[in-house]
Write a protein that binds this ligand. Structure first.
Ligand SMILES: CC/C=C\C/C=C\C/C=C\C/C=C\CCC(=O)SCCNC(=O)CCNC(=O)[C@H](O)C(C)(C)COP(=O)(O)OP(=O)(O)OC[C@H]1O[C@@H](n2cnc3c(N)ncnc32)[C@H](O)[C@@H]1OP(=O)(O)O
Ligand code: FAD
Length: 674
């Protein structure tokens, strides 16, 4: 694939790697894009949108002050928004940009090194209108939101509570006299905190508050609230709003705080799809399941799996290309310095990143299809599949974000000192992805949600009741005893399920034993949570291994033999990597022997050697353009050192030979005059 900038000198090592690649890179790009036509459309859109005129920043973003960075991000958000509105729809309308096409998402990274202040508008405000409003409310709010007259965010988390939604303190009290809700922040800890775009950008937000009517509290519900004047953008009376300050990342997202002083909104601003307040204040519950107001969070958890897969693919592309260009040390005395990609330890750090990016992307595609089925069920009034889907999306969100963040950091380590440069883009990719482990549900908290479902499933299996698809394996592994060992890919997946079943069984025993000692169920559960998190992780790992293996086989059915071979090598590498990482669990719950462990390790090392010649081809197949990678180390042409120097020279400190601090402080210090 070219970098779309015409012919340019490519680093010789990279050129040789590409010449030696065993497969046609485009074939894997088509697989990852979901077909050749998708690739063609994506590339057309990228060619059309990624023009220098829109993207050029004279001073690197990271050298700007926080205020300048934010203003630049708003400028680009507006340009980007206009581009989408005016031009891009001709490439197939909204369908092309449906949540599962992710084309816009990729392009956005070329515009924003950090994040758009409008991410939450498109990412959560609009989806919540779609998911939580009645048809009548949608027809009022959606056109205004899509045309950007109304710009919104999602304000749920408060200073005092993020995880425990039922503990939120903001109140929305219905006043039948005026047919209004009175929003109020009774304490400091009830101030909304974190919502992206809230600090300076939005004029509306979705506020999640405790609904009170007729003297009774009915729990948390979502409301649409105007917070700024549409003409002047001044906060409205009764609103206290601001930005929360610098963070590890997300620094252009103007995350904000918000407090209400008896602030009134019309009755119809309550999002009424799942519950309603009648004019006289009567509360009508329409949600038979009880957790439908959590729907936007479930949707975003699904999206996040794809999001982190893409970010890991970016980090792997940067690190693998750099490792092909970088030469260091010597393997044998007097020999030329090898490419660092030739060190087996470097391959161990990086090839799992490529395999995991594939595993997460295929799992995310599968999760999206499963989610579409659940949404269709809900439209037909069926909510039976929701508990299983909540358990599945919770653990996949937790594990994918955690794995991706760790592996992106590993990519940075693998680039040595230059990986620490902001211009490598690895620090920003990491700071973005590590937040995904926390937001939209913390890692531990979500795994415990999954564990709750798994323990119930185990009890159902014991009672001989049928199980839902993702836990049906529990029936097979129900009897105590070790899972037979078989070193094929299928065998490793079975063993992963066996480990999950063994861990769930151990949790059940542990809780029951604790209850027998006189503890309450809640206390017994609490004392078992370390094991419960591990059991949910094992379950999720087994699901990812299973889905990755079967989806890769299905996708490559019609592929050329070489593509099938390299895709098979990657899945096998992934399965062996995790078998070795979890060898203690396998020794405990399966019949794996010492000889089997030696064979697993040997096979893993053979796979590293097999993948080595195709490594650059594999990251080229992600087909991520230079503008999107935004990296001195990862550009297609491999001109690493030239780019590092070019970027260094853009530093504002290099604009003058002597900085004024010399005259103000250093010189007086040197002369003893300070
Ligand atoms: C264009 C966009 C492109 C890409 C997108 C990419 C990026 C993302 C974009 C934006 C994101 C940016 C920023 C992030 C924004 C946020 O973070 S918003 C705030 C998110 N907050 C959270 O996620 C809070 C997490 N907490 C919770 O979800 C819940 O409090 C809880 C699940 C932990 C607990 O809820 P409770 O009400 O207390 O319930 P419980 O007592 O534990 O359980 C009762 C039963 O309910 C079941 N359940 C809970 N949740 C759900 C659900 N969502 N769906 C279905 N069922 C649910 C639970 O399983 C229990 O069932 P039982 O049968 O066991 O009783
Ligand atoms: C970059 C970023 C953007 C965000 N954007 C938004 C936004 O736009 N809108 C919005 O509403 N929110 C937003 N958030 C908030 C985010 O959703 C919350 O921070 C997140 O849900 C975690 O909640 P918390 O901060 O209350 O963590 P806490 O729950 O306080 O977690 C702290 C620790 O306590 C542990 N813990 C908590 N409860 C339990 C439990 N029951 N069992 C075991 N351990 C537990 C956690 O595992 C963690 O280790 C954002 C956060 C970040 C970082």
């Amino acid at each position: 694939m070219s970098d779309n900038k015409g012919v340019r000198r490519v680093n010789e090592d990279l050129a040789r790697e590409r010449a030696n690649c065993s497969f046609d890179v485009r074939e894997i790009t088509f697989l990852l894009d979901g077909g050749e036509n998708n690739t063609i459309t994506r590339k057309k859109i990228e060619d059309f949108t990624l023009t220098d005129e829109l993207l050029s920043d004279k001073v690197p973003d990271e050298c700007l002050s926080p205020k300048e960075k934010y203003e630049n991000a708003v400028r680009k958000s507006c340009l980007f928004g206009k581009l989408v509105k005016d031009k891009l729809l001709e490439f197939g309308g909204l369908e092309t940009f449906g949540p599962n096409s992710f084309v816009l998402r990729r392009i956005a990274d070329a515009f924003f090194k950090e994040i758009s202040p409008l991410l939450l508008h498109l990412g959560m405000f609009v989806p919540t209108i779609l998911g939580q409003c009645t048809a009548e409310q949608q027809s009022e709010w959606l056109p205004r939101a899509l045309s950007m007259q109304v710009i919104g965010t999602y304000a749920q988390t408060e200073l005092g509570h993020g995880t425990f939604i039922r503990g939120l303190e903001t109140t929305a009290t219905y006043d039948p006299e005026t047919e209004e809700f009175v929003l109020h922040s009774p304490t400091l800890s009830s101030f909304k905190w974190w919502a992206g775009g809230l600090g300076k950008t939005v004029n509306h937000c979705i506020v999640v508050a405790q609904l009170h009517t007729k003297g009774q509290c009915h729990g948390t519900h979502p409301f649409i609230v105007q917070i700024r004047d549409l003409e002047t953008h001044q906060p409205l009376p009764g609103i206290k709003v601001g930005e929360i300050g610098p963070k590890l990342g997300f620094n252009t997202a103007d995350n904000g705080f918000l407090g209400f002083d008896k602030y009134r909104i019309p009755r119809m601003n309550m999002m009424m799809k799942n519950a309603q307040i009648l004019k006289d204040g009567t509360y009508v519950k329409l949600d038979r399941h009880g957790k439908m107001t959590y729907g936007t969070m479930v949707f975003i958890r699904v999206m996040v799996v794809n999001e982190v897969a893409f970010n890991l693919a970016k980090a792997a592309t940067i690190a693998v290309r750099y490792s092909a260009v970088r030469r260091q040390s010597e393997k044998k005395p007097g020999e030329p310095e090898p490419q660092i990609l030739d060190y087996v330890t470097q391959q161990h750090k990086l090839f799992i990143c490529i395999a995991t990016a594939h595993a997460l992307q295929l799992t995310s595609d599968w999760l999206w299809r499963t989610f579409s089925g659940v949404v269709t069920d809900i439209k037909h009034g069926k909510t039976d599949s929701l508990p299983e889907f909540h358990a599945l999306s919770s653990c996949l969100k937790a594990i994918s974000t955690s794995d991706a963040a760790l592996l992106i950091e590993q990519c940075r380590h693998s680039c040595g000192g230059h990986g620490y440069m902001m211009s490598s883009n690895l620090p920003l990719i990491y700071s973005f992805v590590t937040a995904t482990r926390t937001y939209e549900g913390d890692y531990t908290v979500l795994l415990l949600q999954t564990a709750r479902f798994l323990i119930k499933a185990w009890e159902q299996a014991e009672a001989g009741k049928p199980l839902t698809p993702t836990v049906s394996y529990l029936t097979k592994y129900f009897k105590d005893g070790r899972v037979p060992w078989d070193s094929t890919s299928e065998g490793i997946v079975n063993a992963a399920y066996g480990v999950a079943a063994g861990k769930i069984s151990a949790c059940v025993k542990s809780i029951r034993n604790r209850v027998k000692t006189g503890l309450s169920y809640e206390d017994a559960w609490d004392l078992t949570t370390v094991q419960l998190v591990a059991a949910a992780e094992a379950h999720c790992r087994a699901v990812i291994c299973d889905v990755y293996r079967s989806e890769a086989v299905r996708l490559t059915e019609k592929s050329s033999p070489n593509v099938r071979a390299v895709m098979r090598q990657l899945t096998t590498l992934y399965l062996h990597y995790w078998a070795l990482e979890r060898i203690g669990d396998l020794l405990r719950y399966s019949a794996v022997s010492e000889e089997d462990v030696v064979a697993l390790q040997q096979k893993y090392e053979e796979l590293l050697a097999l993948i080595r010649p195709d490594a650059v081809g594999l990251v080229d197949a992600f087909d991520i353009r230079d503008e999107i990678l935004n990296s001195t180390l990862g550009a297609y042409d491999g001109r690493v050192y030239e780019r590092l120097m070019e970027e260094a020279l853009k530093s504002p400190l290099n604009a003058e030979p002597v900085n004024r601090s010399f005259h103000m402080y250093l010189k007086p210090l040197m002369q003893g005059k300070l």
